[in-house]
Design a protein around this ligand. Structure first.
Ligand SMILES: Cc1ncc(COP(=O)(O)O)c(C=O)c1O
Length: 381
């Protein structure tokens, strides 16, 4: 796979490219790369079949997912614990409706992927947002602040691991501590692990899935996963939950009511192909993204030292602190001054930050960085 190839996306019905076509987009989390051949072949096979009636979760998807957990995470996940879904945010909303009543609350830590901050509304419930803290250059949990903020009406904790937008892949010890916090306060622990196959340097620190928690900490655990970020198939609409506890799974499923459309066969078959045959492509992707990550980290630190960027352990998203510039809104400034479309930190509950999506050809990363520098250098402190 040649990740350097520029595939024109403007006019292809892409949110990223067509929402603000006048801007150069580095915002929403999808990549500018074609999906692996195994995924494209799965789409072609479905098209050649020609019939698109209601789809069933066929054996192949369940086998591919259980095989993925066995090979990639060393875990045995029984098929009966897998709940297939048309997207991951859907699951966050179902969780809010299943486990929160009016006036109750969910807790999460910020900055965070924006829907985490919005889904409590679906249940007329509250969101308790506790900022992550930077300890010696690494963002982690503010354990004291979490203890102070939790209330007897709090029912759910939403964890994002790897963390979007901070790029952390949390240590085993941190995940255990989160789970103990949840157990102490009787919270459903939801672990969104959608970015877990985009972790760098796993030879040093392998990804720790919440499914690896000891049994006593897994009783109210929901793990959410999808092939969409890694294999760039977000537009096909597929995700799944792993819910070990029968009563938790039942409650989750009951919240669906009649609100969800059927999952389509292209989504099922492409997910199967990605999990079964996508690993060599994923390895190439990781090597490429790592180069982009190093470029952006070095560039920000050397060329724009007035900004700050944490070490990125996972994801293709760079979280950049622009507060030293004193701008009201750095993302809006970059739209006007540089014609760039980056994610605005305010939506993640951290104004003065921008999120740069480097899941694109290296040449585009360089162009984007040069435009940011030209715009920010005009006002640098
Ligand atoms: C942490 C996280 N969860 C969920 C999603 C979206 O999942 P879906 O498109 O399946 O709703 C994203 C997309 O960026 C994400 O970063």
């Amino acid at each position: 796979m040649n990740f350097d190839t520029i595939i024109p996306r403007k006019g292809s019905g892409s949110i990223k490219w067509d929402r603000r076509p006048e801007l150069d987009p580095f915002w929403v989390a999808d990549m500018d790369f074609a999906s692996p051949d195994c995924v494209l072949d799965a789409v072609r096979e479905r098209i050649d079949h020609g019939v698109f009636g209601y789809a069933n979760a066929h054996d192949g998807i369940n086998e591919a997912i259980t095989g993925y957990f066995a090979k990639r995470h060393g875990l045995t996940v029984p098929t009966g614990q897998i709940v297939h879904l048309g997207g991951l945010v859907v699951a966050l909303s179902l969780i809010a409706r299943a486990f929160l009543a009016k006036g109750e609350a969910l807790m999460t830590c910020t900055p965070i992927y924006p829907p985490f901050l919005g889904v409590a509304h679906d249940a007329q419930a509250e969101t308790i947002a506790v900022p992550h803290v930077n300890v010696d250059g690494k963002f982690t949990f503010d354990w004291d602040a979490m203890e102070q903020a939790v209330t007897d009406k709090t029912r759910v904790f939403l964890l994002c691991n790897p963390q979007n937008p901070l790029g952390r892949s949390f240590f085993k010890e941190e995940i255990i501590k989160v789970a103990e916090f949840c157990q102490r306060h009787d919270l459903v622990l939801v672990s969104d692990e959608i970015h877990c196959d985009l972790v760098f340097n796993e030879d040093v620190q392998p990804f720790f899935s919440a499914l690896h928690l000891p049994e006593n900490l897994r009783q109210k655990l929901i793990v959410l996963q999808a092939p969409s970020k890694t294999y760039n198939v977000a537009g096909l609409g597929y995700a799944f939950a792993v819910i070990e506890n029968d009563s938790t799974r039942r409650k989750f499923n009951q919240a669906k009511g009649h609100t969800l459309p059927e999952i389509n066969s292209i989504a099922f078959y492409t997910a199967e192909a990605a999990y079964r045959d996508g690993e060599p492509w994923r390895q190439e992707l990781l090597a490429y993204l790592k180069k982009n990550r190093d470029t952006i980290t070095d560039f920000v630190r050397n060329e724009m030292p007035y900004l700050s960027i944490p070490n990125i352990e996972a994801t293709y998203l760079a979280w950049i602190d622009c507060s030293a510039l004193g701008l009201d809104n750095p993302a809006v400034y970059l739209e006007k001054e540089a014609g760039l479309y980056l994610s605005d930190g305010a939506y993640f509950s951290s104004p003065q930050h921008i999120r740069f999506n480097y899941g694109c050809p290296h040449s585009r990363v360089l162009e984007g960085l040069a435009k940011i520098k030209a715009a920010f250098d005009k006002i640098k402190p």
